[in-house]
Design a protein around this ligand. Structure first.
Ligand code: G3P
Ligand code: MG
Length: 250
């Protein structure tokens, strides 16, 4: 199976992360899927923003959980990157699903509940995904292992991944016990034995965040199942080079 290229927060190197322009650009660059981060507003609307605090990626201040969705919509989530993206909004998960529903893209919803453990987040997000009929092309991931377990209880059949940057002992049995079907690991803990062991235990392996062609190539060589990249066009080009080399070496 060919390695899946997920656009990390959309094509976030060139467009404001976790916004519709970044998703649109990723789609045009040929990404296979979109990875995006979810937080909940004060009125429990799932929105796509990486940080718990709006400061870094909008012109506002304070925590997402203290804004109603309507209030959050007043913020500019694009100007911090470039004037070209002025007036871009923090998207709701629903607007993203509306955008993605007719596109042949895979979806990775990362629940950002490892700092603030948002009440009922799993159920709220799951129900929305179900209502858009996208469960079979979605993986839900989280650094919060308890949250993975909660998703497992809601739906044992949906793809779920445990996210980690730590080389912990017994990572594979730990993730499996939570119901994970995959491991989303930081590039620095990637190794050949880890990929092999995970595959033996029926866990797929995805790696974040790989932007440099040499690192991307290493993932392909190790048989990593998916990568997260801010530059999907670079990853796709590198994949073509890798495939050509494979044919030549045969
Ligand atoms: O889901 C992969 C990656 O996005 C996890 O880290 O901090 O970029 O959300 P972060
Ligand atoms: Mg993420």
């Amino acid at each position: 199976m060919e390695t899946i290229v997920y656009a990390h927060r959309g094509a976030s190197k060139l467009a404001p992360e976790n916004t519709l322009p970044a998703f649109e650009l990723a789609y045009h660059m040929g990404a296979d899927g979109i990875e995006t981060d979810v937080q909940l507003t004060k009125d429990q609307v799932p929105v796509l923003i990486h940080d718990e605090n709006v400061r870094r990626t909008t012109n506002g201040i304070g925590f997402v959980q203290d804004y109603t969705f309507k209030e959050l919509q007043k913020l500019d989530a694009g100007s911090w990157l470039s004037d070209r993206y002025a007036q871009t909004r923090v998207p709701s998960l629903e607007s993203f699903l509306e955008w993605v529903k007719d596109k042949p893209l895979k979806i990775n919803i990362e629940l950002k509940n490892n700092v603030i453990d948002y009440k009922d987040m799993e159920k709220i997000v799951y129900d929305l995904l179900a209502s858009y009929n996208v469960l079979d092309r979605t993986v839900i991931s989280s650094f919060n292992s308890k949250s993975i377990k909660k998703v497992e209880k809601i739906d044992p059949t949906i793809s779920k991944a445990y996210l980690t940057s730590q080389k912990i002992k017994d990572l594979i049995p730990f993730a499996k016990a939570k119901g994970a079907t995959g491991l989303h690991i930081r590039n620095r803990i990637l190794s050949k034995p880890l990929v092999e062991k995970a595959h033996k235990e029926d866990l797929y392996v995805a790696v974040y965040t790989v932007n440099r062609p040499s690192l991307i190539m290493r993932c392909y060589k190790l048989g990593v199942d998916a990568i997260f990249t801010d530059v999907p066009h670079v990853a796709k080009k590198t994949l073509e080079q890798y495939k050509k080399k494979q044919v030549k070496d045969k």
